[in-house]
Design a protein around this ligand. Structure first.
Ligand SMILES: C[S@@+](CC[C@H](N)C(=O)[O-])C[C@H]1O[C@@H](n2cnc3c(N)ncnc32)[C@H](O)[C@@H]1O
Length: 421
């Protein structure tokens, strides 16, 4: 069962931040810096306006394994914003200053955690922003506060609909699917980073737990009576349940793009998902990049190339009782991805004899591959050099592309027979 192990009281001992959560924070920070930078990529822009919602914000400070005080997610978010501002000024050599109008809303069900966070924010020099409302703290359950917060994010960014929801629940049942749908229905460019402790659900499957989970989240039908019965479970039941849950959550959320990555924590703690849901393939690509950077702690199940869910997810089973062999984001995985794609790309192109624009090729596969756009491009270019794939420009002529594909470059297999008249 998921129990909340975090307790904050101002002046009391700090809760311990486990190593995998430190890595989660590093990933969040890197991702947000890149996200803010992509928003201000045009030097003519003078303002960005968006809302960041930390839906399970905690008390803002921990101690790590070495005893040092380390920041919690609200401070990580604010530091990412600070870093992005500094980098914009430095890297873009701007003449016009840029205003980052970013509101941070921090929600926690525990009043003592919120009180602690407010002290920590003062300590870090954010007192003025607390008083001006640029940082808002709310005590209550995320699901209960969500509607008002989504409306506020929409009021602040009505056209672009930009907002990021960091939903770091401890457990698996505090973020109803209806709230996810509302986020992606109301906010055109919303993104969510959702923690889902999949093993704490699966390790304690019972009729009551499953009914509670379904009632609270609206994620229905991913777990069957046979999955709950040890005598009836077929082989690979765990993987089947995980795949079912993953598909119900991502498809039911209303988001178009997701990263299907898992975090494998220290021994004794089950795997959990860190799902990134967004409305744009580019956002998913930036997140996939961040995972490759923090490869030591992130895994995804399945094969290295494309179609990891349909062909890979349930294919790499060694033993139901043990965690399955996982794909790790390291150099070996990168090579495996490349090798796999070199085989798979011609197979896919065989289904598209007239060819397919590179961008379409990538976007259609983005949800089921751990590879980034740059990695897929590298594989295609290797095949072009090996004369296994041709590149055709928008005017229909063959292009001699060596280093960079354009989104509208059509990639295709060479014709099997060349006719000459
Ligand atoms: C894993 S901790 C979050 C840590 C924080 N995101 C960080 O990284 O520093 C989970 C927090 O969620 C809070 N919480 C539990 N149930 C909640 C709910 N339904 N709505 C909002 N907060 C909740 C707990 O009080 C706890 O502080």
């Amino acid at each position: 069962m998921a129990i909340n192990h975090y307790e904050w009281s101002w002046g009391g001992p700090l809760p311990e931040l486990l190593r995998h959560s430190e890595v989660k924070h590093a990933l969040l920070r890197d991702y947000l810096v890149e996200y803010f930078l992509t928003l201000v990529s045009s030097p003519h822009q003078d303002r960005i306006q968006l809302t960041v919602v930390d839906g399970f914000c905690g008390g803002g400070r921990y101690r790590n394994g070495a005893g040092a005080a380390v920041p919690g997610s609200p401070i990580v978010i604010l530091e990412a914003l600070k870093e992005a501002k500094a980098r914009v000024l430095h890297e873009q050599q701007r003449r016009k200053p840029i205003e980052f109008d970013v509101k941070l809303v921090c929600i926690d069900a525990d009043a003592s955690a919120v009180n602690h966070l407010r002290h920590v924010l003062e300590d870090h020099g954010y007192g003025d922003q607390l008083r001006s409302g640029a940082i808002e703290t709310l005590v209550g359950e995320f699901a209960g506060k969500a509607e008002a917060v989504i409306a506020e994010a929409h009021r602040r960014s009505p056209k672009a609909g930009r907002a990021i929801f960091v939903l770091d629940q401890y457990g698996y049942d505090k973020v109803p699917l209806s709230v996810m749908k509302q986020i992606f229905g109301v906010l055109k460019r919303a993104e969510a980073i959702l923690t889902f402790n999949v093993d704490s659900l699966i390790n304690f499957l019972s009729d009551k737990n499953v009914r509670d989970f379904e009632r609270k989240t609206g994620v229905m039908g991913a777990i069957t009576a046979a999955d709950m019965d040890k005598a009836l479970r077929g082989p690979a039941w765990r993987l089947r349940v995980q795949a079912g849950l993953y598909q119900k959550i991502t498809q039911g959320s209303g988001a178009g793009y997701f990263t299907p990555f898992f975090v494998r924590p220290e021994r004794g703690h089950g795997d959990f998902w860190l799902l990134h849901l967004s409305q744009h393939w580019k956002a998913r690509d930036v997140m996939a990049d961040a995972h490759w950077k923090h490869h030591n702690h992130f895994v995804h199940y399945g094969r290295a190339g494309f179609d990891m869910l349909s062909t890979g997810y349930a294919a790499r089973i060694d033993d139901d009782a043990r965690p399955q062999a996982a794909f790790e984001f390291d150099d070996v995985a990168s090579t495996a991805s490349q090798d796999e794609m070199l085989m798979q790309i011609p197979q896919v192109l065989a289904q598209h004899r007239a060819g397919i624009p590179f961008k379409q090729f990538f976007v259609e596969r983005v949800n089921t591959t751990p590879a980034t756009e740059a990695m897929v491009e590298r594989a295609v270019l290797q095949l072009v050099r090996d004369r296994q794939v041709l590149v055709i420009g928008p005017d229909g002529s063959q292009r001699n592309v060596r280093t960079a594909l354009k989104p509208d470059h059509v990639i295709k297999l060479p014709d099997q027979r060349a006719f000459s008249f």
